[in-house]
Ligand binder design. Structure first.
Ligand SMILES: Nc1ncnc2c1ncn2[C@@H]1O[C@H](COP(=O)(O)OP(=O)(O)OP(=O)(O)O)[C@@H](O)[C@H]1O
Ligand SMILES: [Mg+2]
Length: 596
């Protein structure tokens, strides 16, 4: 799925059964739809049939009874047709929408459970496109199928009528049908291919949109709207080109069908006219025949457009089932053991890790022990593997060699749920959901008491500013928390971690410094969070390293030194250099004194 272009194509039969299997749970309703469909087809046949008595009995024989009976019959049958057509369309739409819902559910549930590695290699816009666009196309498959069957049925009935009226004439009309076969098959293939292309272009577009809107600040800061618009327009017009070609082919298909029909009708006019002229057929028979023939055109056209729809639905179905079936997309799984508190010890034992597609190890033999109650600070130059290291603990990735033991058991023995619930992660980005403040803080649990939320907010020094928000705890904090300041956002994520109350805390301190005042408050909030907890902190603040029980210095995926601040200043030149560069910032010093 990483490249949107390469995947194996599924066979038609597989696609049909697979698409239809989603409709299987509506068996009863679909049966009703099929019955309705038969009624509709039958009454279409009747429409053509009734031309004969109408003409011959009413107009030629001037039969008074027929004059009353035929219009009434016509009225009754056509009303029936309307009612059943309505019923059929309603049922089909209902089932289609329900299947759509189910597919969206399945695709989302599948994707959201995939491991972190998947999301690092996939663009969000593409995932959204699969869930929103591709799935939508599949919804059309069953109605198109039913339509196809209905029209095929109508065609059969009309052809039956045509033969019943005049077999010799019918031969002339049907003679031309095979002419349509090869163009039909050729165009179907073409449409399927274009359908695939169109969906992958929609995905490209969706990737583009997602990126440019979430990066809108950067776009504007660089006054780069124009080039972005040009880039968008390029994708946009590519999609249009494909749409135009799709239309070209489906239109061509209709015209070929029509042309074949015209041939048939011309032949029939000639031969049928001859029969009427020679007195071998009545005008009523002839016109009824012609009516049936003319009416054949409509269902053939509809069959043709249903076919286009089905080809496009299949193109999307391939993309959706690819997500659902791909053996590479295995949901992440943990062991069977529930992690029981209390936390005692976390031990990394010669851990190696390399990112997929990377030649070098991001972690190269890391060993480290963190005991209950300790505060461990990790420092190191950018790219030395600090974030990578802490991301192994919640098993966002698994080590490629070595082990990580929690209370003496391999992390993989624990259920993912229990493992992750016992960890608190506060990351640099301070991500908030577009939910009320309360739900953001109580994200760890669905059932919670408002007091617990407020207590967490108080401990994180967030309570006062939350109360000052327009709707207090019910205020929506917008995507990425756009409606509140950076420091407030950080305090809310800290409140979220306090509320979760995990025994082990992992903290990736923000690198971008806040102003001194809000930095001080965030610092106080963090102190509250770390109180009585074991914590591993990727340190960017002097106070963090000074308060740590142990400082771990990393370089190029290895731990090069461990110890206290004083020890490391003596023994580790890298630490001394980092301290000079990162931590001895005078404003940090002031802030540090304020918090100690
Ligand atoms: N998703 C990824 N895919 C491939 N390589 C990655 C990925 N994330 C990080 N790396 C690489 O792994 C190495 C360690 O990165 P990591 O993010 O752990 O560094 P860091 O110590 O946290 O740096 P910083 O202080 O800048 O946050 C780097 O060389 C980086 O290029
Ligand atoms: Mg990092």
């Amino acid at each position: 799925m990483k490249s949107d272009k390469s995947f194996k194509y599924l066979s038609n039969r597989h696609l049909i059964t697979r698409c239809l299997s989603y409709f299987a749970r509506f068996k009863g309703r679909i049966a009703l739809a099929v019955v309705s469909m038969l009624v509709v087809s039958g009454s279409t046949g009747f429409q053509a049939w009734v031309v004969q008595p109408a003409l011959d009995d009413i107009f030629i024989k001037k039969d008074g009874q027929a004059l009353v009976f035929v219009p009434l019959l016509f009225l009754a049958i056509m009303t029936l047709k309307g009612v059943f057509r309505y019923l059929q369309n309603y049922i089909m739409n209902y089932c289609g929408l329900k299947v759509l819902e189910r597919l969206r559910f399945e695709v989302y549930s599948k994707i959201v459970r995939l491991p972190m590695g998947f999301f690092e290699g996939t663009q969000v816009g593409m995932l959204m496109s699969r869930i929103l666009n591709d799935v939508l196309q599949i919804k059309e498959s069953l109605p198109a199928f039913i339509m196809l069957t209905r029209e095929a049925f109508t065609i059969l009935i009309l052809i039956g009528l045509v033969f019943y009226r005049n077999a010799a004439l019918a031969m002339w009309a049907v003679l031309v049908l095979p002419l349509a076969f090869f163009p039909f098959v050729f165009i179907s293939r073409k449409l399927r291919k274009l359908g695939r292309l169109a969906q992958s272009k929609v995905a490209d577009l969706s990737v583009f949109l997602q990126e440019s809107f979430s990066g809108i600040r950067v776009v504007k800061a660089f006054a780069n709207e124009k080039p972005e618009i040009a880039r968008f327009q390029k994708e946009n017009s590519r999609l249009t080109d494909i749409g135009v070609r799709q239309n070209l082919f489906s239109e061509l298909s209709s015209r070929i069908m029509e042309q074949v029909g015209v041939f048939g009708v011309a032949l029939v006019m000639w031969y049928g006219g001859l029969q009427v002229v020679e007195g071998r057929a009545t005008p009523g028979e002839f016109f009824s025949f012609m009516a049936a023939l003319a009416m054949l055109y409509e269902p053939i056209k509809k069959m043709d457009s249903s076919n286009s729809t089905i080809q496009m639905a299949f193109a999307s179905a391939e993309r959706v089932f690819e997500v659902l079936d791909s053996p590479d997309m295995v949901e992440e799984a943990g062991g069977a053991l529930a992690f029981e508190q209390p936390f005692e010890e976390l031990r990394l034992d010669d851990v190696h890790f390399a990112y997929a597609g990377s030649e070098t190890n991001a972690l190269d033999g890391v060993s480290l022990t963190v005991r209950r109650g300790q505060r461990v600070a990790i420092v190191g130059p950018s790219g030395s593997g600090k974030t990578t290291l802490v991301n192994l603990i919640p098993r966002f990735h698994d080590p490629s060699a070595g082990r990580i033991l929690l209370n003496g058991r391999d992390l993989r023995d624990y259920t993912l749920g229990s493992l992750r619930m016992s960890l608190g992660m506060v990351s640099q980005e301070a991500f908030l959901f577009n939910l009320p403040v309360t739900q953001n803080i109580a994200y760890a649990r669905a059932d919670f008491a408002q007091e617990a939320v407020e207590r967490a907010a108080q401990a994180a020094f967030a309570h006062d500013f939350v109360l000052a928000l327009p709707e207090g705890y019910e205020t929506l904090v917008g995507e990425r928390g756009a409606r509140i300041s950076g420091g407030q956002r950080q305090r809310l994520t800290i409140a979220r971690a306090i509320f979760k109350d995990p025994p082990l805390l992992i903290l990736d301190e923000a690198t971008s410094a806040l102003d001194t005042e809000s930095e001080r408050i965030v610092q106080l909030a963090l102190e509250n969070l770390m109180k009585d907890r074991t914590s591993i902190v990727i340190a960017h603040r002097l106070s963090t390293v000074l308060n740590a029980d142990m400082i771990v210095v990393m370089e190029a995926g290895r731990i090069v030194a461990q110890g206290s601040h004083a020890e490391l200043l003596e023994s580790c030149p890298l630490y001394a250099r980092l301290y000079q560069m990162q931590f001895s910032d005078p404003s940090a010093e002031v802030m540090d004194e304020a918090t100690l």
